[in-house]
Each structure stands twice: as C-alpha cells, then as structure tokens.
Ligand binder design. Structure first.
Ligand code: FE2
Length: 165
C-alpha cells in the first residue's frame, strides 16, 4: 500500500490496527452501557409514580432523548474509526455491565438514584480510559470525543443528583 492508501483506509487516517481495536472496543463497551442507561430512562419514564409524577415523567423523557443522541454519536464515532458499532440487543446485553432492576420494586427516588449510580459508572469508565495517554496520542479526535461525552454524562449526573437533594 502506498502512503495515501494507508492514510485513507480510515477516516481518521493512519493508526495501528492494535490501537484502533482497543479504542473501538472501549467505545463499544461504552455504547452497551449507554444503551442500558437509555433503557432504564425509558422503563422509569413508563413506570414512575408518586407526587412528583408530572415533572419526573417529563425529566425522564428528556433523559432518554438525550441519551439516544449520546449513544448515536458514540456509534458514529466507531464508524469514523473504521470499525463496527454493535447494534443488536443480544450483543448489548452480553456486553453491558450496568445492573437492571424491576421498576415495580423501586420508589421514584430509588429510580433516580439507580440512574445516578449507573451514570457515575459510565463516567468512571471514560475517565479510566482517558488515562491511557499513549494510546490516545495517535487519535486526538477520539480523546476529544470522549472528553466531550464525559462532560455530557457529568451534566446528567448533576441533574439526577439535584433531584435527590
Ligand atoms: Fe412517553
């Protein structure tokens, strides 16, 4: 392959196969956990009860819409890397690490606390991966993407936390 062919193989240009696989694998794990969190927001939106029903039902609708956007951006970043985002419920289920709960057993505050806990796990994962400076040096676009995704999750944690105080 001449230099130009190597460069144009992926939208991000030349990068080692090993590095791009590691970054895409992390992003696929992130995608699976975001999918799980998105599903929690839907589930709780449908099943929430109590005196704060109106505002929390609406807040959870805004949440799943925002999480869908975040998830879509993560999947498309994987395509930009030249890799394949997972796209089946079966694959999400075997990859995600967030634990799910039956909404019938939770109060509205427990639902929000569970979402906060899950969201903090996602933040922690992103921060852990961002510490791999050497790996991300060859892919500053993904580093920037992950920092911006982290910030979106941090904003969400602030909102969840504020409901619980
Ligand atoms: Fe709805």
């Amino acid at each position: 392959m001449n230099n130009f062919e190597t460069l144009r193989k992926r939208a991000i240009g030349d990068i080692s196969e090993e590095d791009v696989t590691q970054i895409a694998d992390f992003m696929n794990n992130l995608l699976a956990n975001e999918y799980a969190l998105f599903t929690k927001a839907l589930n709780y939106h449908w099943n929430i009860t109590g005196p704060r029903f109106n505002s929390l039902h609406q807040f959870l609708e805004d949440s799943y819409k925002n999480l869908l956007i975040i998830m879509d951006e993560t999947a498309e970043r994987i395509r930009v890397l030249g890799e394949t985002p997972m796209g089946t419920v079966e694959k999400f289920n075997s990859t995600m690490k967030l634990k799910e709960h039956n909404a019938q057993n939770l109060s509205s505050s427990q639902m929000l606390a569970d979402m906060l806990e899950s969201n903090l796990i996602i933040q922690n994962d992103i921060k852990g991966f961002l510490r791999k400076e050497e790996l991300l040096r060859d892919d500053p676009g993904s580093e920037d993407f992950l920092v911006s995704t982290l910030r979106k999750h941090e904003d969400f944690s602030w909102m969840l936390k504020s409901h619980l105080e």
